[in-house]
Write a new protein. Structure first.
Length: 417
């Protein structure tokens, strides 16, 4: 598994020789990203000025440093253009930025709109957040379906599911932008990314989980193993792909458009519409195909399904392949929406779990419903609370649902004991 990932990710992780500190300045307003040019940044060490730079037309800047060590990076706020401000005014300086040997260290400053946000009406802002919530819900739905189905047919809570999301995004980056890759357009690069992530799911089932089930390893032990697998794969991606966030070239910068009076970027509409079409296709597969019916039967009652002549092991294998492929697709969509990072799937894992439990464990349709509820609730909550803690809303929603309806929205109540 790691060898396959290494083949794909090593070319992507190539770095330039020498030590530098660099970054990209963007004003982020909702889902609209605008580069900020003409901003001065300085780097110091022990009070001594090392260098200065000014962001270019794309917002990029870079300052060479004399070697590995700890530096202070400061953004000169008086050079910010009108209508642009730090989202946290106290974060104009990063006092302890550690640079390793031969590292191009990225320094991030979060910029947002300044006083101009007062021109946006409350209704317009809420509608913009609703679109962002539907987009986030669509991405979560892609990943949560597989997690819910895998739990339904095996009883396994797979903590490594988020890494399949990351793998989809990273593999697509290789085929899209790597110098050793074919540099295909993102829409084409997504195809091998989905297929290879699905193959990773196949390897997971045949090489790890099936032998463990045959040895009658308990579900708690398998859960712990999935946590270990998650750590291993995630840190393997970090080593091979690198810790810096990267963006796809296609659809990275788009001009906002008006849809029914709501301002958004075209890729958001594409993600929502495309995801809904895929989810409809998954629903049709589960309802009207023999394999889909077998998957639902095994999820409902494995022993009864096996006694009815269903090949349970084959159904489990198909579930892993389909679930991993959908997770990989979700990773590509998340990478196109935000950035590709080594831990992006892990960051989504809480929202994925919240969607699965909210909709009902083991039910694919419940995961779809739960995902959109979680996505919309999380994004719209930023109208009242700071965006940095918005994921906590998903956890609060999960707790409330467990108190009111433990089986989830579409789950069925079961008698225990």
């Amino acid at each position: 598994m790691i060898a396959t990932l290494a083949f794909i990710a090593i070319p992507v992780a190539a770095r330039a020789e020498g030590e530098t500190i660099k970054g990209t300045l963007e004003k982020i307003d909702g889902d609209v990203h605008e580069p900020v040019a003409g901003v001065t940044l300085t780097v110091e060490r022990d009070g001594e000025l090392i260098g200065t730079a000014e962001s270019d037309a794309e917002g990029n800047w870079e300052i060479p440093v004399p070697g590995a060590g700890t530096y202070a990076v400061r953004l000169e706020t008086d050079t910010l253009p009108e209508g642009v401000a730090l989202t946290d005014p106290e974060r104009s300086e990063l006092p302890n930025l550690t640079v390793r040997a031969n590292q191009n260290k990225t320094a991030r400053f979060n910029l947002g709109p300044g006083l101009v946000t007062g021109n946006v009406s409350t209704l317009d802002r809420l509608l913009e957040l609703l679109v962002l919530g539907l987009k986030l819900g669509a991405i979560i739905a892609m990943a949560s379906i597989g997690l819910s189905l895998i739990f339904g047919v095996t009883g396994l809570v797979n903590f490594a599911h988020g890494e399949m999301v990351t793998m989809g995004a990273v593999i697509a980056y290789f085929f899209h932008l790597s110098l050793l890759g074919p540099q295909w357009p993102l829409l084409i690069a997504a195809i091998p990314a989905i297929l290879l992530t699905a193959a990773f799911g196949w390897i997971n089932e045949t090489a790890l989980w099936r032998p463990l089930r045959r040895r009658r390893v308990g579900l708690i032990s398998m859960l712990v193993i999935s946590i270990g697998l998650s750590f291993s794969v995630r840190n393997g991606i970090n080593i091979l792909f690198g810790g810096e966030p990267r963006t796809y070239a296609d659809f990275a910068v788009q001009q906002p458009i008006q849809i029914f009076g709501v301002q958004t970027v075209p890729k958001n509409i594409f993600i929502i519409v495309f995801s809904i079409l895929v989810l409809i296709g998954v629903g049709m597969f589960l309802l009207y195909t023999k394999t889909g019916t077998a998957m639902r039967a095994v999820a409902d009652n494995r022993d009864l399904a096996e006694s009815s002549g269903i090949d349970v092991e084959r159904v489990i294998l198909v579930t892993w392949v389909v679930g991993a492929g959908l997770a990989g697709l979700g990773g590509v969509l998340e990478g196109a929406s935000e950035t590709v990072q080594w831990d992006m799937g892990f960051k989504l894992l809480l929202l994925i779990f919240a969607a699965v439990v909210l909709g009902g464990l083991g039910t694919a349709f419940g995961a779809m419903v739960g995902a959109f509820i979680v996505g919309v609730t999380v994004e719209m909550s930023t109208f009242w609370i700071d965006a940095s803690v918005k994921n906590a809303v998903a956890l609060a929603l999960l707790v409330v649902m467990l108190l009111i309806r433990p089986q989830g929205i579409l789950g069925t109540r079961e008698r225990i004991g």
